[in-house]
Design a binder for this molecule. Structure first.
Ligand SMILES: [Cu+2]
Length: 106
């Protein structure tokens, strides 16, 4: 299984681009090294946010839900459709503070 790790701090991810194969389960480990809650959400293709206030739950293809400070979780998901997906932490103010990235599924 393809696996990668993401560290979230206040207010960025330790990487801003990840590349994974389509159609295979991907294991993603999120560690929150910040002082406030963070999440790692994959936005549906064609629905990229320009600003955080544009966000609704309808934007989310899949996410590792918000985690408390100090917590590490591992979850897995299969991305069936190739494309470049926007990644955000959609908690209020975090997109605009810089918690964005992209996931390339190829
Ligand atoms: Cu955040």
């Amino acid at each position: 299984m393809t696996a990668f790790k993401v560290k979230a701090t206040d207010f960025e991810f330790d990487n801003t681009e990840w590349t994974v194969p389509a159609g295979k389960p991907i294991s993603i480990t999120l560690t929150n090294e910040g002082k406030v809650q963070h999440e790692w959400a994959v936005i549906n293709l064609g629905m990229d946010l320009e600003k955080g206030s544009d966000f609704t739950e309808d934007h989310v293809l899949w996410e590792i839900e918000k985690q408390d400070a100090g917590v590490t979780v591992t979850e897995s998901f299969t991305f069936d459709t190739p494309g470049t997906y926007q990644i955000v932490c959609a908690l209020e103010g975090h997109v605009d503070a810089g918690m964005v990235g992209k996931l390339v599924v190829s």
